[in-house]
Structure formats: C-alpha cells, structure tokens
Write a protein that binds this ligand. Structure first.
Ligand SMILES: O=c1ccn([C@H]2C[C@H](O)[C@@H](COP(=O)(O)OP(=O)(O)OP(=O)(O)O)O2)c(=O)[nH]1
Ligand SMILES: [Mg+2]
Length: 172
C-alpha cells in the first residue's frame, strides 16, 4: 500500500529568470537538478564554484544537500569538492556548486544552463549536546576505518612510480 506523499513547501527565488527553476526529472526522484548560470572550462584537476541562479528559504528543521550527478561523475569525472554540500535552512544567498574535474586527462566544458548537480531536501534533527567524561560502551567501541576487515581492494603503485617494497628485475 503506498501512502500519499505531501510535498514540503519551499520558497524559491530565481536570480536568473532565463533559466528554469530546479525540477525533479521523474516522479519519485530524490534530487532536483541545479543548473549553472555561467559557462566554465575545467582542466584536469581544476575546481570551480558555479552559481546556480537560485536562492531558497527552507522551513526550520530541514536542510538541502548538493549532490553530484552520477552521469557527470561516470562520464567526465566531475565530483563535488565538499560532497554533499550543505544548504542551511537560514541561508538566503545563491546556492553554489563546488565542482572539481577528477579526470586525469580530459578537460570538461560546462555551458550556461547545463545541469551540474542535484539538490536533495531532507529533514534534519537538531540535537542538544551533553558533555560527559565517559561515553556508554558499545559493541563497536572505537573500531572503524576497516576494523571489520574483508576489503577486496589493494593499493598498488601507479604507473611510473617505483614500489620499494617490491624488488625490481635488476635487483632480483
Ligand atoms: O555546496 C554548497 C555548500 C554551501 N552552500 C551555502 C549554503 C550554506 O548554508 C552556506 C554555508 O555552507 P557551509 O556551512 O558548508 O560553509 P562554511 O565554510 O562553514 O561557511 P559558513 O562559515 O558561512 O557557515 O553556503 C552552497 O551554496 N553550496
Ligand atoms: Mg558552516
């Protein structure tokens, strides 16, 4: 049984009225796509802060998160430096997207109006911090960063980089 979805009302200002407002591409999408208002060329490794031409007023208890688009990531190596970017409920400025070109060889060209990222609006909890001397115990305790093992990936030196732990042919 599917319950009825009640959208949350969010006030939106378009700072560039030639570009469309952010929109969900399909019903059920979590993210509404954001567009750049400017052209940009990113060389390999280069980053840029791209304006989107929109400002919003979220209700208290909500935040919006700027996420990468998987197509741009997979095809062009575009990531967000601060992924995901956090837009606070009280922020009234223009939403910006901090993109980086992670492709080692190809430059990426954005044109004004291109969809560069997506905005996901979520409820967020406000917590009250209670400082204590000792935290209660837990099964995980301080284990993290691979403490459970089972990682299939291994690191090997990149092409052209000598690995001193592996004898080279001359040394054998
Ligand atoms: O990808 C992003 C991230 C942030 N912001 C805007 C909205 C957010 O409310 C504000 C501040 O973001 P954040 O708190 O991440 O940045 P900061 O470096 O801590 O700045 P501040 O000292 O202003 O909080 O900047 C964006 O437009 N895009
Ligand atoms: Mg901050």
């Amino acid at each position: 049984m599917s319950g009825e979805i009640h959208p949350v009302d969010v006030l939106l200002r378009r700072l560039d009225d030639e570009l469309p407002a952010p929109a969900y591409e399909h019903p059920g999408d979590a993210g509404a796509d954001l567009r750049t208002t400017v052209d940009a060329v990113l060389e390999p490794g280069e980053r840029a802060v791209l304006p989107t031409g929109i400002a919003i007023a979220l209700p208290d208890g909500y935040a919006a998160f700027v996420h990468a688009r998987s197509g741009l990531a997979a095809r062009c190596g575009i990531a967000l430096v601060n992924a995901p970017g956090t837009v606070d409920a009280g922020y009234r400025g223009e939403i910006k997207v901090i993109v980086v070109n992670l492709d080692p060889r190809e430059r990426v060209v954005f044109r004004r109006g291109d969809r560069i990222a997506q905005l996901v609006v979520q409820r967020v909890e406000k917590v009250r911090f209670h400082e204590v001397v000792e935290l209660p115990g837990s099964a995980r305790a301080a284990g993290g960063f691979g403490s459970t093992g089972g990682h299939a990936a291994v690191s090997i030196p990149a092409a052209g980089q000598k690995d001193s732990s592996v004898p080279d042919r001359e040394g054998q």
